[in-house]
Design a protein around this ligand. Structure first.
Ligand SMILES: *Cc1c(COP(=O)(O)O)cnc(C)c1O
Length: 380
């Protein structure tokens, strides 16, 4: 089955009871047993739920993996991965990680004796000196937020070979429509399915997909033991969202290109960060591992004026000023005052998050309307 067909049919069966084409929302916590232990594969909904299972099979299918797991949020999915580790273990990750992931690593798991190294992942040479016998996990996010850096997944996979190190990739920004980390050598792929997979800004959801059976069993154990599962209604909404992932992503990419090219030529704009632009520093890696370049982009206005950036995002009418990304509607954000406000100015500027940086999640409206909206917002 090819990708577009998988988004609709991958891992799906018609419901055995009445042939329902969409899996019913099995809004139940428990299941009748005819005799103790005599059940139809379902005992309690933290452990298994038919709607969630249908979604988990869809996750596995679209990522070309064998085992899928659904969680109550992207953070819950990451939490399960780190719980594979033990005190003394070390993790290497990128220095422009999603803020929530950075917080979970440093404010929660460091307290449990796990050590995290944050480094630029622009080349494997930067990572080699950090690898030792305690290194158990490399955590990659690509493209990164909000600077749209691209990390070479295959090169990272090479580093794990023969070293008993797991490679996990947060594939939230790219989605499997654009890149499939398991195919590139990753052991675990993770999603905030809240974003593009569900795609309609109406659900919070996390996903993991793996190929290795033993690894899957350990993760299913943690999913049930810690219990950060998603409900049947949210499973249903995410499954419905996935069915249009390929058409949405195609339009997200087309619109982002149109917006990036408009911004690049605008006299008020200093720089546009979108991996599809040929002057993007990682354009070649992006071209080799992604099918297209995604719907997320950032830009900076000339003069690096905080107030000017705030004025622009306030004036936007079609772009909604909001956190999050990946829905059908276009969103704009000002990282310095929103998502990255808790990071000290000097720290965030080291990774490029300056006052004038604006981040866009380009939606699937008509690109002419999006461009006109940006144009009016930037007028004097
Ligand atoms: C949103 C996001 C997360 C966290 O996911 P939630 O569903 O909000 O818990 C993790 N990684 C990336 C890249 C994200 O954008």
């Amino acid at each position: 089955m090819k990708f577009n067909t998988k988004t609709i049919h991958g891992g799906q069966e018609h419901d055995p009871a009445y042939g329902a084409v969409m899996p019913p929302i099995y809004q139940t916590s428990t299941y009748a047993q005819s005799t103790p232990g005599g059940h139809k594969g379902y005992e309690y909904s933290r452990t298994h739920n038919p709607t969630r299972n249908a979604l988990e099979k869809a996750f596995a299918s679209i990522e070309n993996g064998t085992f899928g797991l659904a969680f109550g949020s992207g953070m819950a999915a990451i939490d399960a991965v780190i719980k594979l580790l033990s005190p003394g273990d070390e993790v290497i990750s990128t220095n422009d990680l999603y803020g929530g992931t950075y917080r979970l690593f440093t404010k929660v798991f460091e307290n449990y004796g796990i050590k995290f190294h944050f480094t630029s992942m622009s080349s494997p040479e930067k990572i080699l000196p950090l690898i030792n016998n305690n290194t158990k996990l490399i955590w990659v996010e690509t493209p990164t937020n909000p600077m749209m850096n691209i990390i070479d997944i295959k090169a990272m996979a090479e580093l794990t070979k023969g070293n008993n190190i797991l490679l996990a990739v947060d594939n939230t920004f790219a989605t499997p429509y654009l890149q499939q980390p398991l195919e590139l050598g990753a052991h675990i792929v993770m999603h905030s399915a809240t974003k593009y997979l569900a795609g309609h800004s109406d659900v919070v959801m996390g996903a993991l997909v793996v190929n290795d059976k033993l690894l899957a069993e350990r993760l299913y154990f943690l999913q049930n033991a810690s219990g950060a599962v998603c409900g049947p209604m949210d499973s249903f909404l995410t499954l419905r969202g996935i069915k249009t992932l390929h058409v949405r992503m195609q339009r997200h990419c087309e619109n982002a290109r149109a917006v990036a090219e408009f911004l690049e030529n605008h006299p008020k704009i200093d720089k546009v960060y979108w991996p599809g632009l040929e002057d993007h520093p990682n354009h070649e890696i992006a071209r080799s591992q992604m099918k297209d370049y995604g719907g997320m982009l950032s830009f900076i206005t000339k003069g690096n004026d905080y107030d000017e950036a705030v004025r622009i995002v306030e004036r936007l009418k079609i772009f909604t000023l909001a956190e999050s990304l990946g829905g059908v509607e276009s969103l704009a954000g000002h990282p310095a005052s929103m998502t990255h406000a808790s990071i000290p100015k000097e720290e965030r500027e080291k990774s490029g998050v300056i006052d004038a940086l604006i981040r866009l999640s380009v939606g699937i409206e008509d690109s002419e309307d999006l461009i006109a909206d940006l144009k009016q917002a930037m007028q004097d």
